[in-house]
Design a protein around this ligand. Sequence first.
Ligand code: ADP
Ligand code: MG
Length: 616
Amino acid sequence: MPQIAINIKEGTIKKEDIIVGIDLGTTNSLVAIINKETGNPIALRDAEKTSIVPSIIHFTSTGEIIVGNAAKKYLIEDAENTIYSVKRLMGKSYKDIAEFQNNFGYKIIDDNTESLVKIKVGNKFYTPIELSSFILKELKHRAEKVLNQLISKAVITVPAYFNDTQRQATRDAGKLAGLDVLRIVNEPTAASLAYGFGNNTEEEKIIAIYDLGGGTFDISILKLSNGIFEVLATNGDTFLGGDDFDRIIVEYWLQKNSVDKIILSKNELQELRLKAEEAKKHLTGNDSFTGSIKNIICNIDRSAFEELIKPLVGKTIQSCKNALRDAKITIKEIETIIMVGGSTRTPFVKKSVGDFFQKEVNISLDPDEVVALGAAIQADILAGNQKDMLLLDVTPLSLGIETMGGLMDVIIPRNSKIPTAAGRQYTTSVDGQSKLLISVYQGERDLVRDNRKLAEFILNNIPGMPGGLPKIEITFQLNADGILTVKAKELRSNTEQSIEVKPQYGLTEEEMSLMLIDSIKHAKDDMATRALVEARVEAENMITTCEIFIKKNSALLNEEEIAGTNSRIEKLKTKLNSEDKDEIHQYIEDLNDFTRPFAERVMDMAINKAMKGKVI
Ligand code: ADP
Ligand code: MG
């Protein structure tokens, strides 16, 4: 039951919060909600019935900010003050984009004090976050107008390969626009949700999402099982999209008309580009296009167009091959291909992709809207309206702590559904140890030095106890946003310490898959290393324990026992750096066998504990 809050003072009814889903695109952005009556997602439209908001921002000479369709014409009329493709700049430093500066009609500056780029408009500087927030504000206003209520919560989509900085920047843009961003969702995941994948927890399938937008191409391979989407691989081209189709048509016309590009002004070129886009869209449903701009004849038929874009589409197919290779799957294993992005409307693209995957592609939902629709579904799940849907996230890499010898002890394994919690008990190695350093790592390798450190903290005030006696419980709690809380508690004394870490957005998908590939490659090495490290740690523990034992109990032992133990300890010490685990084990056994008879005689419970159990 939705709750209705009544403000008694004002006599107003506070309407139930609606969480909107937003596709913040490079070329176009959209906002969608779930229709209360039908339960289906719908994209919100303006008075002209269009759902698409071009991601274009124009600054007028009077200081006004115009976003969307109304800003589009200024791309020609006032390029300097009209910003597009700002998504490309999100979370980027000047260094990242220096080589692409010429691709932008506006000024990107590097003011040295900050590593992230800014854009100069007039005499003001804007960050990509601020600029994106203008687009988000426009979408927010659209939703408020259509729904006749205030909107303050949203789910925003980002490409699967977006890294931490880029995701954080997207969140910040939302905040600036007055939106509480409840979740950042991967675009391919959203598209899959829109097609209804994920609401049957039984189904298990592999989905390919082919997303060809205005300026970017992404292919993602997702694996869906138990209602959870796992990104198996992503690939693509950050400078390939429908804009390139337009550009290539312009080149074609210039050549046909024997016009040299150099003689054209910026505005004339831009005008030609818009004409080319018009032609391209027309060719989606027709066999030929005719038109002209001044004395340039702008004719093209479909077969000529297809011939022109063939190499570009070929590039996307190569990316698909790479993605399959990275995901280690064959074409046959792909059950569904989802088409996303305006450029997938081009029949030649549809056909080429279908031919490559040897399957009919899914394009029944509007490829412009499908990501926003999926975002709206995710928003509805978060609002608690789809109780039977699971939270659709898993933790992409294992989380654990460092144990003795630099070993990684995994507490939450990779691909665990989140939210989740897990814990384990540890103890100390040294008598009277009052502090314990807990280091948290993410990754799949056996040695922490090969993984990524997320945080460390100290459990203080452990009361004095013999080594091995404290019972330290370490619990990991991973919430739905991927925020990890680590707690350490000494159970005998109830001493407690905790820390919050944010692991989820720290790595790019690429880094993540590299870490995974790395772990598989090194699995054998790792096992051998782990065995060696374990042998060394065991030897060290054995030495410490025996030394303490001899010191504490010298009164109860005869000379032969003491001398024999000491000489075996010395021998074992010389083997501590041995690369041969069997040799180390042999000397451990020797010491063990020798001390066992009298150790049993005098062994005290606390020391006994130190020899067993895990030690950090
Ligand atoms: P993005 O995700 O980058 O914001 P979109 O998915 O909105 O981009 O795709 C925009 C691209 O789709 C533009 O290049 C546009 O020209 C192209 N496009 C839109 N409609 C059609 C159509 N009917 N036929 C071919 N291309 C189209
Ligand atoms: Mg898109």
